[in-house]
Design a protein around this ligand. Structure first.
Ligand code: AMP
Length: 511
């Protein structure tokens, strides 16, 4: 059925038809049935069309809540892509996104609308959420717009860290999402009886599994309230009290829960699926989960934002020793993974190379960034016969003896810190805006999982004051946790900042 849909919002129409009176989405203060979710989205969608949005992207800038999901659906009803923005996004970063995106509208609340007064909106209209859902529905207007959508049109644009300091807008199409959730729901056997607990922020594509997994199956989605991420040892109780059957979390959260030892104390008879994605899952904590909850299915999913969340998976079928690498497995349906060597030939089994992805989930590219797009999204060099869009992930991988793909890290300066994707270049670009700074280098100290900022300056700097400044440009999770000021940063023979020497200094001298 899903294979014939032109827009992912049709999944909401279907869910409202089949499971109308069932709760579809819930947060700490409210819950919406599928029918009510659709009704509110149609009201807001009608309003967007009447505002003349004409398929232009719409930023959703709200606190994480069911209102975000209503807004995403509304934007799809208006025929355009939605753009989730974090509620605590630094305004300077939002301004850069707006400049790149040229959105038609921004849906927000009154308090955030006031904050938007201070930045350049490039003509985007600001709509207050409560007002957009208060108007009437014009179904014929909405569906005539929706009928014009094709499944290769953009569904959302998610901004991810950019190495030049400007975030990149990964533009994903409806087909990618529809195929992906058709695959996940059948592979993991989700049904309308299931309850999913959403951890991922909506600007992070792990949330696609949660939102559309519920729409396609009629399962219930509960947005986990923020306080549970401050006190992560309370998460098992949350899962128990809400009858959660399925989680799809970043390993960082799973690690914290395992280390709290609450899994050994709280009974979770309903939990059936423990899926994780976004960074390396350490076996130590994975084994703690498996021992505490031996009847659950565990799956390591892999994928960058540029391929609609996930392109490979491995269902954990045995205990792994602490030092063994956990496979990222095999390609999902409608996706193909190829490992290319330095000469763009297919790497031999066991040989490391760059992991490249082909298939319906591959994004359309980076919004308004054709050059950047052309570098990462290329013609499959193994195919001389027809156009085949391939995404070069920048991840290093090899095919293991059993045909399973093994992940071995990055070939560039992109890192994962507590599940968040960060280009060290974005931190450096922000640090270059500080006064009296001649040069900068951000180094990831993997052993201690922290970012260290090296500054070339004759000035006197304190980490706390620097971070206060940096927060104007970059989100909290990108802030360095250590600082070193040097009169001159070391340089390589070809005059680049010598990251290796800085890394060695960290290891040898500490900070
Ligand atoms: P994001 O775009 O935020 O989803 O980050 C994508 C990057 O996270 C990938 O390119 C990988 O480097 C890393 N990643 C995602 N899933 C996994 C996984 N299961 N194991 C190891 N690294 C992963």
């Amino acid at each position: 059925m899903a294979s014939t849909l032109n827009s992912a919002v049709r999944l909401l129409d279907l869910a409202a038809g089949r499971y109308g009176s069932k709760v579809g989405v819930a947060d700490a203060s409210s819950e919406l049935t599928f029918a009510r979710l659709r009704e509110l989205a149609l009201r807001a969608g009608t309003r967007l069309i009447r505002e003349g949005v004409q398929g232009a992207p719409v930023i959703v800038y709200l606190d994480k809540s069911v209102n975000c999901i209503v807004s995403f659906m509304a934007v799809m009803y208006s025929g355009g892509p939605y753009v989730p923005a974090a509620a605590d996004i630094p305004l300077q970063r939002l301004e850069k996104i707006i400049a790149n995106l040229e959105p038609g509208c921004i849906i927000t609340d009154t308090a955030k609308a006031a904050a938007l007064d201070g930045i350049e909106l490039g003509g985007a209209k600001v709509l207050i959420y409560d007002e957009t859902v208060g108007g009437e529905i014009d179904e014929s207007l909405v569906y005539s717009r929706l009928n014009g959508v094709v499944d290769t049109d953009p569904i959302y644009i998610m901004y991810t860290s950019g190495s030049t300091g400007t975030p990149k807008g990964v533009t994903v199409c409806h087909r990618g999402v529809i195929d992906y959730v058709s695959w996940t729901s059948s592979t993991f056997g989700l049904t309308s009886e299931d309850v999913l607990a959403n951890q991922a922020p909506f600007y992070f594509d792990n949330s696609i599994f949660d939102i559309y997994g519920c729409l396609i199956t009629g399962a219930k989605l509960i947005i986990i309230p923020e306080q549970f991420f401050v006190y992560q040892n309370m998460l098992p109780e949350f899962l128990r009290d809400n009858g959660v059957t399925t989680i799809f979390w970043v390993p960082t959260v799973m690690i914290n829960v395992a280390n709290s030892h609450e899994l050994e104390k709280v009974e979770l008879p309903k939990l059936k699926r423990v899926l994780f994605c976004g960074e390396v899952m350490p076996n130590l904590q994975l084994n703690m989960w498996r021992r505490a909850l031996p009847d659950c299915i565990y799956a390591n999913l892999y994928g960058p934002t540029e391929i609609t969340d996930v392109c490979s998976y491995y269902i954990v079928d045995r205990e792994f020793e602490d030092h063994e690498p956990l496979p990222i497995g095999r390609a999902c349906k409608n996706m193909r993974l190829v490992i290319l060597d330095e000469n763009n030939n297919e790497a031999a089994p066991g040989e490391k190379g760059e992991l490249c992805v082909i298939g319906s989930g591959v994004a359309l590219g980076y919004w308004n960034e054709l050059e950047l797009t052309a570098r990462a999204f290329v013609q499959n060099p193994l195919n001389p016969s027809y156009n085949e869009w391939m995404y070069r992930t920048g991840d290093i991988a090899y095919v293991g003896g059993d045909g399973l793909i093994m992940y071995c890290g990055r070939k560039d300066f992109q890192i994962k810190i507590k599940g968040n994707r960060v280009e060290l270049g974005e931190i450096e670009a922000a640090a270059m805006c500080l006064e009296n700074v001649q040069n900068v280098c951000a180094v990831f100290d993997a052993e201690n999982e922290r970012i260290v900022l090296f500054l070339e300056s004759k000035g006197d700097f304190k980490l706390r004051t620097i971070n206060k400044e940096l927060l104007k440009y970059i989100p909290k999770y990108m802030l360095p946790s250590a600082l070193r000021v040097m009169e001159k940063l070391p340089h390589t023979a070809n005059d680049k900042i010598d990251r290796k020497t800085l890394g060695a200094m960290l290891r040898e001298e500490g900070l």
